[in-house]
Design a binder for this molecule. Structure first.
Ligand SMILES: NC(=O)C1=CN([C@@H]2O[C@H](COP(=O)(O)OP(=O)(O)OC[C@H]3O[C@@H](n4cnc5c(N)ncnc54)[C@H](OP(=O)(O)O)[C@@H]3O)[C@@H](O)[C@H]2O)C=CC1
Ligand SMILES: O=C(O)[C@@H]1CCC=N1
Length: 271
């Protein structure tokens, strides 16, 4: 199965909010014809309607893929719309946090191939990263197709164990929000040091964007890139003394924040 099969047999997208729309944009940008896509959503946005995809129309009999992109709390209401697609012919791909593979087997039957994924919102600009894991009925071909779909919006990594999904969700799924908050916090701190708010925000955005790109592109690891900025006894060293403090610095704070996110993911999984 490949994107030609998806174009021929169809793709159903259940839930077209922030994540669903980012994925849809990537697939359409990658050449999937709009007429091959069926969106089910209570209120598809004008942007989604303008793409020409089918919205809330009768579903094809045997689409290649059904993508589940509703909130975990909405599964009970949303999944029944897809019951007829269970059984094996259609690959299900979920992007939902805290929703185990077993939840889909319960809804669609044990023989249904399901790939659980965790993407992130930089998918909207083709810079996402998605972790994937399949259930027992999902073959290598199914996993490969799910990877092709998610590569339309960035990089992919395949997990060895579904239990890793909680930590992945805490790191790369929720992670963009931590970075956006870092930008907010840096801008506020710049304002506290006397800069006008708009200048502080422009400096913070460009600094985080540029540093992120450098970290991704460079052959140096992040620790070396940090050292490259840090002159002995200079300004960066003064700041890092605060940020790298064992008790109150970034590492301790992020440990706590990501433990809270992973715990919440486990809690959602229990229903
Ligand atoms: N946002 C993110 O950064 C990430 C999100 N995810 C996962 O993606 C999923 C969607 O999240 P996100 O896009 O942020 O949420 P959104 O609320 O933006 O999108 C969910 C969409 O589903 C629609 N919806 C609600 N009920 C139904 C239903 N019964 N049938 C079909 N569609 C329905 C909602 O419509 P309405 O708004 O009208 O209720 C909305 O458009 C979640 O499971 C989340 O865990 C995964 C990784 C990252
Ligand atoms: O906040 C959430 O639950 C979702 C999952 C990862 C990012 N957003």
């Amino acid at each position: 199965m490949d994107m030609d099969d998806v174009a021929r047999r169809g793709l159903v997208l259940l839930g077209c909010g922030k994540m669903g729309q980012a994925l849809l944009d990537g697939w359409l940008r990658g050449g999937l014809p709009a007429e091959s896509v069926w969106v089910i959503d209570p209120a598809p946005s004008d942007a989604v309607r303008a793409t020409g995809v089918h919205t809330n129309a009768g579903l094809p009999e045997s689409p290649a893929v059904a993508v589940v992109a509703v909130k975990p709390q909405m599964m009970g209401d949303a999944l029944p719309a897809m019951t007829a697609l269970g059984g094996g012919a259609t690959l299900f791909v979920s992007v939902a946090a805290g929703t185990p593979l077993a939840r889909f087997a319960a809804a669609f039957g044990d023989a249904t191939p399901v790939v659980r994924t965790m993407p992130n919102t930089p998918a909207a600009i083709g810079r996402g990263i998605t972790a994937l894991i399949g259930n027992v009925p999902a073959t290598g071909d199914h996993l490969a197709l799910a990877e092709v779909l998610m590569r339309a919006v960035g990089q992919t990594v395949v997990l060895q164990d579904e239990a890793q999904m909680d930590a992945v969700t805490a790191l790369s799924g929720s992670g963009p929000a931590y970075v956006f908050h870092l930008i907010e916090a840096m801008a506020q701190a710049g304002t506290a040091q006397g800069l006008p708010a708009d200048l502080a925000l422009a400096l913070a955005r460009a600094t985080v964007g540029g540093a992120g790109q450098l970290a991704e592109d460079s052959t140096d690891d992040p620790a070396q890139l940090r050292r490259n900025v840090t002159s002995p006894n200079g300004t960066t060293a003064a700041a890092l003394d605060v940020l790298m403090d064992e008790a109150s610095g970034f590492p301790a704070l992020l440990q706590r924040a990501m433990a809270a996110a992973a715990d919440r993911s486990r809690e959602l999984s229990r229903g």
